[in-house]
Design a protein around this ligand. Structure first.
Ligand SMILES: Nc1ncnc2c1ncn2[C@@H]1O[C@H](COP(=O)(O)OP(=O)(O)OP(=O)(O)O)[C@@H](O)[C@H]1O
Ligand SMILES: [Mg+2]
Ligand SMILES: [Zn+2]
Length: 174
């Protein structure tokens, strides 16, 4: 599904200059780098095809950022492999095993204009509608739960969009 719906072949990821990537942020499961002007890569030991697939579907509805491309098992420079490692890196989850010597999964997408703040979540009808539309797509497509917190909402082209569709059960395993 993903290869049909994204225009850039996944081997484009191999042509990126990963040594020039700029760290942007980290979450529990992944680390995010700007790899080209306006293009970011989410890097994680595990980004399931279902996470990328949900994002492709939501992007068609204007509810998520488009997936530029997605690839599994990409061999990255040590600094990025280490950053994405739970015990040794900068992820906000420290309960998993070392993945410093593993190839990573990579999801490329546009860089958002900004990330939502906690204050914006209060009494925000637009965000209520976004959550009501995103949650059912995640569940019906792959039985994923969308973790609706400010860090998983971005502004892109002056609209709110959802980020991060990898949450299966709330329990991290890698
Ligand atoms: N396209 C993007 N543009 C700009 N910043 C981004 C983008 N995607 C992610 N980020 C930043 O990176 C952070 C982590 O990304 P993401 O939420 O996908 O990772 P995660 O590890 O699954 O997070 P979580 O802790 O919610 O499980 C986001 O909270 C956001 O600050
Ligand atoms: Mg997140
Ligand atoms: Zn490690």
């Amino acid at each position: 599904m993903i290869s049909i719906l994204t225009s850039v072949p996944s081997d484009a990821i191999d042509t990126l200059d990963w040594h020039a990537a700029t760290f942007i942020a980290s979450g529990c499961s992944g680390v995010v780098y700007e790899v080209l002007p306006g293009v970011v890569a989410k890097v994680s030991p595990r980004i399931a095809p279902s996470e990328a697939g949900i994002q492709v579907l939501l992007a068609q509805e204007g509810l998520a950022l488009p997936v530029v491309t997605y690839a599994q098992g990409v061999w990255l420079p040590l600094a990025i492999r280490r950053a994405a490692c739970s015990p040794h890196g900068v992820r906000r989850w420290s309960g998993s095993h070392c993945t410093c010597q593993q190839a990573a999964d990579v999801l490329l997408m546009p860089k958002a204009s900004r990330i939502c703040t906690d204050d914006e979540l209060e009494d925000n009808d637009e965000l209520t509608v976004l959550a009501e539309r995103v949650g059912p797509v995640c569940w019906s497509t792959a039985h994923h739960l969308w973790d609706c917190h400010a860090g998983n909402i971005a502004v892109y082209q002056s609209r709110y969009v959802a980020l991060d569709f990898g949450d299966v059960s709330g329990t991290m395993r890698f």
